[in-house]
Write a protein that binds this ligand. Structure first.
Ligand code: AMP
Length: 120
């Protein structure tokens, strides 16, 4: 799928939409999810134009990969998710119900999260 520069996260990266920023590096931006599903719910997105994780794996340079995943770990630490543990979720593509077509990682924590997948 070609990258759609009109997606919500592209607008956040360009500063056209605001976000509650928690961390930023040359490779990544982290901000609070607008509809949190746990006491801690932060999204980390790469600054490059990647539609999904599938796309990121195909196209990202080693530097972008390294910079992005380090930023995920650093963000989790910065928001205090390290102490109790946390879950990373990446919805990638149609089967995973990815809503926003810009690769993002959810960091969820702050409470016991229960079973990994719903039974639906
Ligand atoms: P996904 O289903 O993995 O694509 O998740 C997209 C996530 O983006 C959802 O958890 C939404 O609540 C979140 N979201 C959508 N718009 C915004 C926004 N403007 N700021 C922060 N989070 C958003």
């Amino acid at each position: 799928m070609p990258y759609d520069p009109k997606n919500i996260f592209a607008k956040i990266l360009r500063g056209e939409l605001s976000c509650q920023k928690v961390h930023e590096t040359p490779h990544a931006l982290a901000f609070h999810d607008i509809r949190p599903q746990a006491p801690i719910h932060v999204l980390v997105i790469p600054k490059g134009e990647f539609t999904s994780y599938i796309d990121f794996c195909r196209m990202a340079s080693n530097e972008e990969m390294d910079g992005f995943w380090r930023a995920v770990g650093d963000t989790a630490k910065k928001i205090g998710a390290d102490s109790g543990g946390y879950r990373l979720i990446v919805n990638s593509g149609v089967n995973a119900h990815q809503e926003v077509p810009h690769f993002h990682v959810h960091i969820l924590g702050g409470r016991t999260l229960g079973a990994m997948l719903s039974q639906q």
